[in-house]
Structures are given as C-alpha cells and as structure tokens.
Design a protein around this ligand. Structure first.
Ligand code: PFF
Length: 475
C-alpha cells in the first residue's frame, strides 16, 4: 500500500520499531502482575490452557483487525474507523467505538499509573536495601535482612495508608509517561521501546533462569500446565477471556492508534502473530519466574493481588542474592509498565491531535494531567475515601473501592464492548478486498481469520460481556 500521511505526519521508522512498540504496549502489569495473580487464584493449569486458547482464537484475529484499521486509516482511532467505513460505504457512526476505546484507555491509564507507582516504591525499597548490602560488603545477601515477615508484608499496608507517598509515586510515573508521549512517536515512543524492551527481555530471561536454579521449577511446571478441568468454571473462563483482551491491549483502540503509524506495505499476519506470541510467552515466563520462588519458600500461590507485592519481597529474603534480584525484578516490572502506559496515553493524545486539531504537547498534557487527577481519586480510595463506592447502585461494584471499580468497569464493560464492535465492524461491514489488500492475507489464512472474527469473536465476546455484567446467570 502506498504510504499516506497521518493527521500528525508521524510514523515508525521501521517494521521492527513498530513490532517492538506494539509488544511493549502489550507486555505490562497485565503479564507480570495480573496473569500470575489470576493463574494462582484460579488454580493454575486449566486456566492457563484456556487462556492460551483465548489468545490465539479470539485475541490474535482482533490484534490483526485493529492494526488493519489503523494502517488503512492512517490517523487517530476515530478518524481511522471513519475512513475505513467511508471506503467500505457503510455508516461513519462506527467511529464511536474508537471514542469508547479512547475513553477506556484514559481511564485504564489513571489506575495503571497508581499501580505502577507501587512498583516504583518497591524499586526504591529494594534499591536502598541493595545499596546497604553493597555498603556492608555483601552485595549477594538476601533482601531486607533483619526484618520479620510481618514487617516486610506490612510495607504494602503502610504504603496504602500514606496518601502523600502514593501521590508522589503516581506523579513520578505519570510525569515520565507524559514526557515520553509529548516527544512524539519517533523520538518518544519508539525510542523508549527500542531502549527498554531489550533491557526487559534480558532481565526477564535472567531472572527466570535464576528462579529455575534456586527455586522450585518442577512444582511450578506442574502447577501451571497440569489441568484440573473441574476448576474451569464459567467465572474462571470469563476471567481468562477478559485477561486475554487486557493483556493484548485490545478493545481500547491502542493497536489502531499504533497501526496508524505504519508507513510500509508489509503484511500484517506475521506481525500480529509475533505480538500475540511474545505477549503470551512473557506471561508464561513471568509465571515461571514468580512461582518457583513462591513455592521454594512455601508461600500460597493463590495469594491474589498481593502475590507480587507481599509474598515475593518476603521470599527474596531467604533467596541467594535476594536483594539484587528483588531490585532487578521490580525494575523489570517498571520497564514493562512504562512501555504500556505510553500506549495508553497515546490513544487519547492522537484523538486530540486528529479530531480537535491540538498540538501533540497540548493534547498529551491535557489527557496526562486528566488521568493523573482521576488516579488521585483511585489512590485516595485506599485511605481517606475508602468508603466511597462510585457505582454503588450497581451490585457488581457495590463493594469495590474506586480503583477496583474503574478497573472492573473498563475490563468487564468497555473492553469487551470495544472488542465486540471491532469484530462486528471488521467481520461484517468492511470491504473484504480492502482487508486482503491492507493485511496481505489471502486464501486459507484469510478464510480462517474471517471465520474467527465474524463468528467466534462476536459470540464469545458477547458471552464475556453478558456474564461479566450479570454474574448471577452463571449461578
Ligand atoms: N496490555 C497491557 C498490560 O498487559 O499490562 C495493558 C494495556 C496497555 C491495556 C495498553 C490496553 C492498552 F491500550
């Protein structure tokens, strides 16, 4: 396809730059914090296998569809969908799901930055511990020596009770995200991805090997890959489907936005597969990195959201070089979070540029500061506003704090809705020849993709949406 100009005139400098940035967007807190948490809570194997099926049967066709829309449209998500609709002679009203996506990305960014702020705090805790260890001439000692299990695990509660500290961490993380996005696609997002992603992979492989050597890999492999199908309840399937969408950054127009900066004429099938494989590989490696350490110390794999922030710091105390590895582990999560948060901010930023005619710096600032303010409400929900229930009228959210409510509403409502509309639009309304031309898919691959996007995705995603909203029908 002949390169067209984007609303911003920006673009990736190469195919590999796009792939790195897209993998950077996909790989984030979802892989290293949420996936092991869910796998642990849901009993392991059956969840993991069902999750992998969701990624390849539903996620991958959607990844291809979103990148297709962006590449064909060459502007922000709403504008790109409108352009594809125009060229297919169907209603431009479909642009609305780009708008829903941009709002979802903005809301996810608000709490994502708060959680990344916790990670930043632990980078500081372990960084200081490592400095002390080096000062004491013993850089390879365990972490946080001399602290009891209660003290180490109590740090999280102390952090949550301290709004000033939470705010400072949230501010630092959002500031960094805004700084990168304001610099633009080429000198900001692409540069961050090309520096941070290789660093991420080196750390990931290094710490996984460490876990395999010092931890309990046999138990971990059995836990992650031996399915007990009785554990695959509708609730677990629902969680796996939702996690697949979140982890691949689907339903928030993120890949439409990144796809719009593609200038070349390369096919999209292989690129999309690489993104899905890399994202899933990282989630599995994260499981293989975390559970050996958890099992080695005899901790509970089903600890839930505190697994990474409470169980692991304690486990690092009795592990060789725990101080150093603990520090590197939290740096790794932070790196993954940055390359994802920039993609979240880029969605509304591109919308401001493309639809409102704003300059990039202004658009990024408006949405970055806006998400920062919403994030403040999230972090106050852990202390001064702990009784506030923003959607109290809705039984599903009657008991959840502000952060969990925004997380639940975006994950259970907005993301599946965005994915559903994407599959209906691309599967049923868009001109097929345009899809073939822009994606480079043909023959059997095209037929397979079309079956998955037009039939399987809408049906399965409708099930997630309905069961997510009305869990009572699951019994
Ligand atoms: N995929 C990211 C993760 O797994 O952490 C989260 C995310 C990033 C969702 C970007 C949506 C998005 F546009």
């Amino acid at each position: 396809m002949v390169a067209q100009s984007t609303a911003t005139g920006e673009g990736w400098s190469s195919r590999s730059a796009f792939i790195l940035a897209a993998i950077g967007a996909a790989v984030g807190l979802g892989n290293i914090w949420r996936f092991p948490t869910l796998a642990g809570e849901s009993g392991g194997g059956a969840f993991v296998i069902f999750y992998i099926a969701c990624v390849f049967l539903l996620g991958l066709p959607l990844v291809l569809s979103e990148i297709f829309i962006g590449k064909a449209g060459q502007t922000d998500a709403v504008g790109s969908i409108r352009k594809v609709a125009q060229d297919s002679n169907v209603s431009e009203g479909w642009g609305i799901f780009g708008g829903i996506g941009a709002i979802a990305a903005f809301l996810i960014l608000s709490f994502y930055s708060v959680v990344a702020g916790w990670v930043l705090y632990y980078v500081g805790v372990f960084g200081m511990d490592l400095i002390q260890a080096i000062g004491a001439g013993d850089p390879f000692r365990g972490a946080l020596m001399g602290e009891s299990q209660e003290m180490i695990q109590g740090r999280m509660g102390d952090l949550f009770a301290n709004p000033g500290l939470l705010l400072a961490m949230h501010l630092a993380f959002m500031g960094l995200t805004l700084f990168i996005v304001a610099r633009g696609v080429h000198s900001g997002i692409e540069k961050a991805a090309t520096i941070l992603m290789p660093m991420f992979f080196v750390l990931l492989v290094g710490i996984t090997i460490y876990g395999a050597v010092v931890g309990d890999l046999t138990d971990t492999l059995a836990f992650l890959f031996t399915p007990d199908w009785s554990k695959l309840t509708p609730t677990v399937m629902n969680a796996a489907l939702g996690q697949a969408l979140f982890s691949l950054s689907l339903g928030v127009a993120g890949l439409i936005t990144y796809g719009s900066y593609i200038k070349g004429s390369e096919g999209l099938g292989g690129t999309s597969a690489m993104i899905a494989v890399a994202d899933t590989g990282v989630a599995l490696l994260a499981g293989m990195m975390i559970f050996p350490v958890v099992f080695a110390v005899g901790l509970d794999p089903a600890a839930g959201p505190t697994l990474v922030f409470q169980s692991l710091p304690f486990a690092f105390q009795s592990m060789p070089a725990g101080s150093l590895i603990g520090f590197l582990f939290f740096v790794l999560i932070l790196v993954a979070a940055v390359t994802s948060s920039i993609s979240l901010l880029e969605v509304p930023t591109a919308w401001g540029i493309g639809e409102l005619g704003w300059k990039r710096s202004m658009s990024a600032t408006v949405f970055g500061v806006g998400a920062f303010v919403v994030g403040i409400a999230c972090l106050l929900g852990y202390n001064v506003w702990s009784d506030v229930r923003i959607l109290s009228f809705w039984p599903l959210f009657a008991e959840t704090d502000i952060l969990d409510t925004i997380d639940g509403f975006t994950g259970k409502v907005m993301l599946p809705l965005g994915a559903l509309l994407t599959s209906l639009f691309v599967g049923w309304r868009v001109d097929r020849r345009m899809v073939q031309k822009v994606t480079g898919l043909s023959g059997g691959w095209f037929a397979l993709w079309r079956f998955l996007i037009a039939w399987l995705c809408p049906i399965a995603v409708t099930i997630i949406l309905v069961t997510g909203l009305f869990p009572s029908i699951l019994g």
